[in-house]
Design a protein around this ligand. Structure first.
Ligand SMILES: Cc1cc2nc3c(=O)[nH]c(=O)nc-3n(C[C@H](O)[C@H](O)[C@H](O)COP(=O)(O)OP(=O)(O)OC[C@H]3O[C@@H](n4cnc5c(N)ncnc54)[C@H](O)[C@@H]3O)c2cc1C
Length: 367
């Protein structure tokens, strides 16, 4: 079996950044992704990023993706696409990674592995929720921004976090009518700037509302929404039926952790980071020696933090492979930690900073 120094699973912002850092250190690195095109979520993010200049604020997600791809290509890293990974097993000669490529089963042995598989959308179950036309908001975002296909004309968005707000606006830009955005909580979850754009475009944001059922024969034709009290109990008599051909569900993201469970990583549960998260230390190394995590799998945040965590894991792997002596690696990692701390304690941060501190304490046995 072919042996490589390091292998990164997932070519989103975290995996690309990790790959670039390992290659910069002179390491051999193979980057694997299940998609035909690398970039993860970045290529569907057509809006400008927030933050500071060093976090590429003001640049659109797909432009950041293009820059990262160019750096990866020129770094000399090997990129394997159309290759879903289905197994990661610690082995006496390294870590075995099994994947499919053109319907053939393949495997590689790596000294170090970084899991950067990202996150997945949560869903909701209600009568009619399996009707065609009901989908995750991320699915609708891929359809309009990557494949240029409008999922429908009359949309109801469920969930007012940033994904729900941003995708609502992008659906309008693509030519759909977003008839209403409904939110179970009594207040909007995402940033005010995104909510303002939706309101100015004329879409009502109905807080303390949920979806009761979807109606339709072969596809969704209407939805029934209802007001809820402070314990999320439906209030009888407040039901409203709205004709719609598409329902987008944007009720949060969870880390995509199957590979980490499979290879025996220890987990902890932190709701603010999306649920079960693999415990990892300051180097992003999990409880399984040689297996690292970065990006949404290590706790759902955003693309800027995913890139920084990827850099951190990449530098740590290069150091563990003996490519950087500690006197070079330590200041490099400190720089990344400073940027991560800034991102996590900015106007929208602090709670995420506290959640990440809790995660690091779990790695030291403090949880
Ligand atoms: C629907 C959605 C919308 C979002 N919108 C925004 C936004 O507007 N702004 C923002 O800042 N952040 C947004 N985020 C969050 C942000 O995009 C993520 O935090 C960031 O992309 C995470 O980077 P990542 O590299 O960890 O994962 P991803 O970008 O998700 O990349 C993970 C990659 O790993 C691949 N992969 C997963 N499992 C396997 C496997 N078994 N084998 C091979 N490949 C695999 C995936 O196909 C994917 O290409 C969104 C996230 C989602 C899911």
């Amino acid at each position: 079996m072919r042996k490589v120094q390091s292998l990164v699973i997932g070519a989103g912002p975290a995996g690309l950044a990790a790959t670039i850092e390992i290659a910069k250190g002179g390491g051999e690195v193979v980057l694997i992704d299940e998609n035909a095109k690398p970039g993860g979520q970045l290529f569907k993010q057509i809006h400008k990023f927030f933050g500071s200049k060093e976090h590429r604020a003001g640049i659109r997600g797909y432009d950041i993706g293009t820059q990262l791809l160019a750096e990866t290509t020129s770094s000399g890293a090997e990129v394997l696409l159309d290759s879903p990974v289905y197994g990661v097993y610690p082995h006496n000669e390294g870590i075995m990674v099994s994947y499919l490529h053109r319907e053939q089963e393949k495997a590689l042995l790596a000294e170090k592995v970084i899991l950067a598989s990202g996150g997945m959308e949560n869903t909701l179950s209600f009568p009619g929720s399996t009707l065609p036309g009901i989908m995750g908001a991320g699915c609708a975002q891929t359809m309009i921004n990557v494949n240029r296909v409008l999922p429908g004309k009359k949309v109801i968005m469920v969930g007012s976090g940033n994904v729900g707000l941003i995708v609502s606006y992008q659906l309008m830009q693509a030519g759909a009518d977003v008839l209403a955005l409904i939110e179970g909580a009594p207040s909007i979850g995402g940033y005010g700037v995104h909510a303002g754009k939706i309101r100015r475009a004329g879409t009502p944001i109905k807080v303390s509302h949920t979806i009761k059922r979807a109606l339709g024969e072969n596809q969704v034709e209407a939805v029934e929404i209802v007001q809820v009290d402070d314990k999320f109990r439906p209030l009888a008599g407040t039901e409203e039926i709205i004709a719609a051909d598409t329902v987008c569900i944007a009720v949060g993201l969870s880390p995509l952790t199957e590979l980490a469970w499979l290879c025996g990583c220890e987990f902890t549960y932190i709701p603010l980071l999306g649920g079960h998260v693999p415990i990892h230390n300051e180097n992003m190394e999990t409880s399984v020696p040689g297996i690292y995590v970065a990006g949404d799998i290590a706790g759902v945040e955003e693309a800027s933090t995913a890139m920084e965590e990827g850099r951190l894991a990449g530098i740590a792997v290069a150091q563990a492979l003996g490519l950087y002596p500690p006197e070079e690696a330590v200041p490099l990692k400190e720089e990344v930690w400073n940027r991560l701390n800034t991102l996590r304690t900015g106007p929208f941060g602090q709670k995420r900073f506290d959640a990440k501190v809790e995660l690091l304490q779990a790695a030291k046995g403090g949880n």
